[in-house]
Design a protein around this ligand. Sequence first.
Ligand SMILES: [Zn+2]
Length: 380
Amino acid sequence: MAAPAAPAFGFRLEARSGAARAGTFSTPHGPVETPTFMPVGTHGAVKAMTPDQVRATGAQMILANTYHLALRPGEALVRKLGGLHRFMQWSGPILTDSGGFQVFSLPGKELSDHGVRFRNEVDGTTMELTPERSIEIQNALGADVIMAFDECTPWPASEALAATGVRRTLDWIERCVRAHARPDDQALFGIVQGSVYPELRERCAAALVALDLPGYAIGGVSVGEGHELLCRVTEHAAPLLPEQKPRYLMGVGLPEDLVAAIGYGIDLFDCVIPTRYARSASVFTARGRIRLTNRRYRRDAYPIDTSCGCSACRGGFSRAYLHHLFAANEILSAILCSIHNVHFYESLVASARRAILAGRFDDWRTEFLVGYGAAGAAED
Ligand SMILES: [Zn+2]
């Protein structure tokens, strides 16, 4: 079995405030200060944003989707053109997911201990994704962090179904480690599954920790279980993972989810919410979320958030102008709101990091939540 520990990687824990952690994650494409949020570049692009615009928000690391890139343009072309960093012109660290989450959500998929067979939505052919194939694609793409191919248990799931998911996840991690051809410059993270069942989460985490992988993720969350269950699972699972390795909570979430999870000791996050919401005029502010297509903003001369330092807010673009852009279906509406929303998330995690380093995370969390809830319920 290839050695899973990657020497180019390291995690230095710098401070703790309660269970919240501040650290630095070293990668071949530079260090990442944690906690951090990774904007999602599904097809090798953070939607509606250039790499310079992404960087200017404070984002240090981004996520790209193995499934989508394997279907189009294909990992062989990306490798031929110098790997994913060069292909998408992002010089910082990148994480690729395993593709599992996407194929598990396809209708008509066939799941077995070998892998998942599915219909290619681009050309209609039948394809199979296995642990070996997922790692082969991710080796070719060349991201700094690659994810184990696991069984993402849907929610809700019976304990028996979740136990099968854990068994497969543990079989498949062994196959992923054996298949991994670039352990020196790509860190393979294991994923803890087990749905909402504490004993399954414990068993899965213990087996993965025994493999001494360079990092660990908590998966099978943010699948419709809601904030309370997400918190319960994360609070239980985070301390099952090693102190000296980065901890990644996959696909989470809303600002209040991130703040809670940082409090349980999570270091890395990714989610499509800031960019997806931006394209539907839903923007985050220090006083809650607002929808710019609401008529009340038609004549509003203020920026999205007067306390925000992003180029959209500092650039003098008013809520009235953005309201108009959405009404006129102008692409600039998505660009400006994506810049703002990603900047909001990056500022949030950077602010949490400063509070952890200062030993006052609990106070910071209370201050943030009081302010964020000040405007009442989010505008839908
Ligand atoms: Zn802004």
